[in-house]
Design a protein around this ligand. Structure first.
Ligand SMILES: C[S@@+](CC[C@H](N)C(=O)[O-])C[C@H]1O[C@@H](n2cnc3c(N)ncnc32)[C@H](O)[C@@H]1O
Length: 248
């Protein structure tokens, strides 16, 4: 019997343990490197990142934005990641990162001129969203640009089916992700069998939070953020990006 776990932090941890390349931590899939680059180039443009900025990237994934910030001459660029395992991977590449969850940011008040949180809030449990928005507002300096990206505007269907048998799971992985993933799962199944450990898969595809623009904007305003503008994200187009500003 295979149990499915939708514990996203466990998925982050497992991915970091098996990471061959920092881009694995963007959690978009190995073939989406170009999309990760494009997404972050647009964020740099939207927040008008410039020399002297102090950037905090909440849920920084593979650290693409931190590298871009260094190139842009930012004074500081700190990335936060949900697990110590992800932190260990990015530190090996010399990036300034630390472990933190969105609803408890280990940073002083008013420490960032730019706060980015892209493709992260959708995996945060809904009840933690108000506290997460308050934390983001707290660490933002007066007048700071705050980019909150990839918020689904409706509940998307979960693309990963439940698996009744190991054969079904293997054939799904082969069709969706190819031979390497198929083989990786086969090895894990061998390990489960040899150790007697429970067979648990963390597909990382379940969405915890989505909101219509009016609801999300109201939540952010309650936390003290002022809307600058919002627009539809392109990859995928079922999400919105929001640019806010902390009042001066
Ligand atoms: C899908 S990746 C997005 C990475 C990057 N922002 C991007 O757009 O490519 C999700 C990121 O959110 C982080 N994350 C997941 N849950 C989190 C939470 N509750 N608090 C803070 N970060 C979280 C993970 O560590 C991971 O870096």
């Amino acid at each position: 019997m295979i149990t499915r776990s939708d514990d996203y932090l466990e998925y982050c941890r497992e991915t970091a343990k098996g990471a061959r390349d920092p881009h694995d931590l963007a959690l978009r899939g190995r073939d989406k490197r170009e999309i990760t680059r494009l997404v972050h180039e647009r964020i740099v443009a939207e927040v008008d990142l410039h020399p002297g900025d102090d950037l905090v990237d909440v849920g920084c994934g593979d650290g693409t934005l931190l590298r871009m910030a260094k190139k842009a001459g930012a004074r500081s660029a700190l990335g936060l990641l949900a697990t110590d395992e992800e932190v260990a991977v990015l530190r090996r590449f010399g990036l300034h990162v630390q472990q933190a969850l969105t609803d408890k940011l280990p940073l002083p008040d008013e420490s960032a001129s730019v706060v980015v949180c892209n493709n992260v809030l959708l995996v945060v449990p809904r009840e933690k969203i108000p506290a997460s928005l308050r934390e983001i507002q707290r660490i933002a300096k007066p007048g700071a640009r705050v980019f909150l990206g990839e918020i689904p505007f409706a509940q998307p269907p979960d693309p990963t089916p439940q698996f009744i048998s190991r054969r079904e799971l293997l054939s799904h992985l082969y069709r969706k992700h190819g031979l390497r993933t198929w083989f990786g799962m086969l090895r894990r199944m061998g390990w489960w069998a040899a150790t007697g450990k429970p067979a648990v898969v963390c597909p990382g595809t379940a969405i915890s939070f989505y909101a219509e623009p009016s609801d999300f904007i109201a939540m952010a305003q309650d936390a003290g953020l002022e809307l600058v503008r919002y627009w539809q994200h392109e990859y995928p187009d079922t999400r919105n990006n929001y640019l806010f500003r902390r009042a001066s």
